[in-house]
Design a protein around this ligand. Structure first.
Ligand SMILES: [Zn+2]
Ligand SMILES: [Zn+2]
Length: 125
């Protein structure tokens, strides 16, 4: 199949991580905000866009310093883990086991960042 898919326009984008794109996901500033695709590898970039796996980051926390997510592996992995968790909450059926949920994510993105027990964390909000 070679069906054409409409591109998602920047102005129509939504994120499963944040309600809007006004503030840096890391430091909260509202200056110099870039949109960052969490799963930016070539094959996954489009899916990341479709699924709303996007975060607003300031230049410093994006790619303009060594603290930026494109250079700071720890930050990159933390955001990927958080996004995978939220992706699973957003797109997976609650009745699935943690293993099955992670399998769904792997089927979509071909990769996994979580341990099964990381899905059991209780939120204390
Ligand atoms: Zn920042
Ligand atoms: Zn980026």
């Amino acid at each position: 199949m070679s069906g054409k898919k409409d591109r998602v326009k920047d102005s129509d984008r939504t994120s499963i991580l944040v309600p809007d794109f006004k503030h840096c996901y890391v430091c909260g500033t509202d200056r110099d905000i870039h949109l960052h695709e969490v799963f930016y590898g070539s094959a996954n970039r489009k899916k990341s866009k479709e699924d709303g796996c996007v975060v607003p980051l300031c230049g410093i926390h994006h790619n303009l310093s060594s603290q930026g997510i494109h250079y700071n592996k720890t930050l990159d992995e933390n955001v990927k883990k958080q996004t995978e968790k939220i992706w699973i909450k957003t797109y997976c059926d609650d009745s699935l086991s943690n293993e099955e949920k992670i399998e769904q994510f792997i089927r979509r993105y071909g990769i996994n960042y979580l341990e099964e027990d990381e899905l059991n964390e209780r939120r204390t909000v």
